[in-house]
Ligand binder design. Structure first.
Ligand code: ADP
Length: 603
């Protein structure tokens, strides 16, 4: 349940309980906000103007009432009375036009800030290094881009304008009332603490309840996701991933939280009315005596009553606005933190390119790397010639994938240097690097689009004929043709309708079209049938042709294709050579061979 703007909107927001102080707001975050607002400053100025007009006309109406009663009616000046009535009408007209523009302009600015901020944040998130995405969870990124941006935009436009208008109204009303009668003003003010305290309390309760509502809703969503996503695994193990009871429990919690919110919301209107009436009753009672004593006129009493009515709206808003600002400040902080995160992968200021263009020789010199403080790769030295095929082998967790990630510059090494054609990867423009090195991972990611578009993905300009040619070379053409709609078949959610082997073949076709100088291939560990296996091997021979290839190998047939096998263990290179060399004198390789491939080899 989302409520934008207004009374209920102000009750929602982040989940912070720490007291809010303006000094807590990150200055940089405020500067960021200003950068987004500044672009729309003329509209913001107009909105402020409209707000001032709204406030001024609103304050003038009770005063006109007083003039009408005390001056015109009392003196029987009917012409004057008509004039005041017309003026009142005109003031009302101006008021409503200004209300319209204030509303329109402030949401215009607010929505544009949301739009710009969200676009830039998304851009920023996409530019972050893989290390950032290792740290941050998708849910966190989503909530930054939705809840936080909304909370900030609300404050940035309509929230601040409402604050301005509320403050001016309150001060204006007090000043005008005080000029009429000081004591009656004090009596009228007596209900302020009651309103502030009761609304402040209700507001706090509601915020807490809404937090519960949102949490419960998010739990229900997670429940749905877990239940549906885990279904396949669960069914194959013939048990239920997420029981109906568990889900009902979450649903029940969601319902209870919503009921509590409903109950509180139902209490708001009566509380407001009761406190309003308290003020009105006080003014009527004491003011009435004053009129009877001749201390004030009937017109003043009327104006007072009208002002007291107008007083409670802004008062109520101000007692709630604290909560909104608290939420917005926290959101602004979180957004600021995000925008301040620089990608660890820095684009070179002056990118380098070898004279004759890149050819694809690779080298790692004294490379050490760790994701955090523990080293995962230590002192790696490796040279790969142009066109050579290297198979990386080693036990799970040895560091093979990490080594491959350094070659695509998903991470920079902590020590040593990775080069292509003797140029440090850190000096290669990221666009160059992307076309130079392609990596095909084990779990192929296919977009929710047609097979054709998925193959074309690396190189959008290629023709349909080239797509088919690439699919043929990648041994994918035969199975694609058998699909109900051929190349136009939609890939199901996350490629669900293709087998693991078929997805690999599609990825190979995609890599062929991208035509990189260096190919990094993480061979799927999953078992495939003999036929698919033969297709994969054939496709691999095709895609390795004329390029440097690094394969994280899991199959013996792949090792046979490699020019050189590199054995990795515990983050170090512990052996290099052909199968014959290694089986003869590398103990780690011998062990691997016995465990993984001996049966395959003899078969
Ligand atoms: P391999 O590919 O040989 O199985 P990896 O390169 O995947 O090995 O992993 C090497 C080590 O680095 C393992 O101990 C693994 O737990 C750790 N590791 C891998 N990826 C990350 C990551 N994103 N963050 C932290 N540690 C990681």
């Amino acid at each position: 349940m989302t409520i934008r703007g207004g009374f209920m909107g102000r009750l929602q927001g982040g989940g912070e309980t720490a007291p809010f102080r303006f000094s807590d707001i990150n200055r940089e975050a405020l500067a960021i906000l200003w950068r987004y607002l500044r672009v729309h400053r003329s509209r913001l100025l107009l909105a402020t103007l409209a707000t001032l007009v709204v406030t001024a006309t609103s304050l003038s109406m009770p005063y006109m009432m007083k003039v009408a009663v005390d001056t015109m009616i009392a003196q029987g000046d009917l012409r004057g009375l008509t004039l005041v009535a017309l003026l009142y009408l005109a003031a009302n007209g101006v008021y409503w036009v200004a209300v319209y523009w204030q509303g329109y302009l402030s949401s215009w600015v607010g929505q544009h800030v949301v739009y710009d901020l969200r676009r830039d944040l998304f851009d920023h998130v996409l530019q972050q290094s893989v290390a950032f995405h290792d740290r941050e969870r998708v849910g966190g990124i989503m909530s930054r881009l939705t809840n936080d941006v909304n909370a900030v935009a609300e404050i940035a436009s309509s929230g601040s304008l409402a604050l301005v208008s509320d403050l001016i109204s309150l001060i204006g009303i007090i000043v005008i009332m005080a000029t009429f009668n000081g004591r009656l003003t004090l009596v009228a003010m007596a209900s302020i603490p009651v309103v502030m305290v009761s609304m402040g309390y209700l507001g706090k309760q509601m915020r807490r309840t809404y937090r519960d509502v949102q949490q419960a809703l998010s739990d229900v969503n997670i429940g749905v996701e877990q239940g549906v996503a885990g279904m396949r695994v669960a069914q194959s193990l013939s048990r239920e991933s997420f029981t109906v009871e568990q889900f009902q429990d979450l649903s029940l919690r969601n319902m209870k939280a919503n009921l509590r919110a409903g109950l509180l919301f139902a209490a708001v209107f009566p509380t407001m009315t009761i406190t309003n009436m308290l003020g009105v009753a006080l003014v009527l009672g004491y003011g009435g005596t004053l009129v009877a004593n001749g201390a004030i006129t009937v017109g003043v009493l009327l104006a007072f009553l009208s002002y007291v009515y107008r007083f409670f709206g802004p008062l109520r808003e101000l007692s709630l606005v604290y909560n909104t600002f608290q939420a917005a400040a926290a959101s602004l902080d979180r957004i600021g933190d995000y925008l301040a995160t620089e990608s660890e992968i820095v684009e070179p200021a002056r990118p380098e390119r070898p004279g004759g263009g890149f050819r694809g020789s690779l080298a790692l010199h004294a490379v050490s790397f760790g994701y955090d403080h523990t080293l995962v790769l230590e002192d790696i030295d490796l040279d790969v010639a142009v066109g050579e095929t290297i198979a990386l082998v080693g036990p799970t967790g040895a560091g093979k994938s990490t080594l491959a990630k350094l070659l695509t510059r998903l991470y920079d090494p902590q020590a040593g240097v990775v080069t292509i054609d003797a140029v440090d990867l850190r000096q290669i423009a990221s666009a160059d690097l992307r076309s130079l090195v392609t990596s095909v991972s084990q779990d192929v990611f296919l977009f929710a689009d047609t097979i054709r578009e998925n193959i074309r993905y690396g190189n959008p300009e290629v023709s349909d004929t080239e797509v088919v040619a690439a699919a043929k070379r990648a041994q994918a053409h035969v199975f694609i043709q058998k699909l109900p709609r051929g190349y136009d078949s939609q890939v199901g959610e996350l490629g669900a309708m293709l087998s693991g082997g078929q997805k690999q073949l599609v990825a190979f076709a995609r890599a062929l079209l991208a035509d990189p100088k260096v190919l990094i291939l993480d061979e799927a560990t999953a078992n495939v049938d003999a036929y698919t296996e033969s297709l994969i091997q054939k496709a691999m021979t095709e895609i390795r042709r004329d390029r440097t290839t690094i394969i994280i190998a899991h199959r013996f047939s792949t090792l046979r294709q490699a020019d050189r096998i590199v054995v990795v263990d515990g983050g170090r290179i512990v052996g290099e050579g052909t199968h014959t060399d290694l089986i003869r004198d590398n103990a780690i390789y011998q062990r691997l061979y016995r465990r993984e491939w001996a049966t395959e080899d003899s078969a």
